[in-house]
Design a protein around this ligand. Structure first.
Ligand SMILES: [Zn+2]
Length: 128
């Protein structure tokens, strides 16, 4: 079955993220980048992934300030989630940390940082 396994599974992706490393996969057929890892390439529908280590550096492409959060995050509101355009060209949704909400703007440089809470790893971005 090894041949049909994606090179980086979502589990691997979050294990590496927890250690501070962002890993994307690059399609061996058409060179499209995907993050988090997907089963098939969205561009050419092949499964020929190769892992690619990302720098974790990017800029805010868009963001939303969450003022009324889901119950498990209620105590943390308000907070921001942003789509970050990574230097390598792919975008990733993450929670903004350690940045004042009134400083947020499109184009602001940010850097990936893992958010580990109760053994769950989430994607965060803080000051670059
Ligand atoms: Zn492809």
């Amino acid at each position: 079955m090894a041949a049909t396994e994606p090179v980086i599974t979502l589990k691997n992706f979050f294990e590496r993220a927890r250690e501070g490393a962002l890993t994307a996969v690059r399609c061996g057929k058409c060179s499209a980048l995907a993050i988090p890892p997907k089963e098939f390439c969205e561009s050419c529908h092949q499964r020929a992934w190769e892992p690619v280590a990302l720098s974790g550096q990017g800029t805010i492409a868009s963001y939303t300030i969450i003022r009324v959060a889901p119950a498990r995050h209620a105590a943390e509101a308000p907070y921001a989630v942003a789509v970050v355009q990574l230097k390598e060209g792919v975008s990733l949704l993450g929670r903004i940390v350690d940045l004042p909400l009134d400083k947020l703007q499109v184009g602001l440089p940010v850097k990936f940082r893992p958010l580990v809470v109760n053994s769950q790893t989430a994607l965060g971005f803080g000051p670059a």
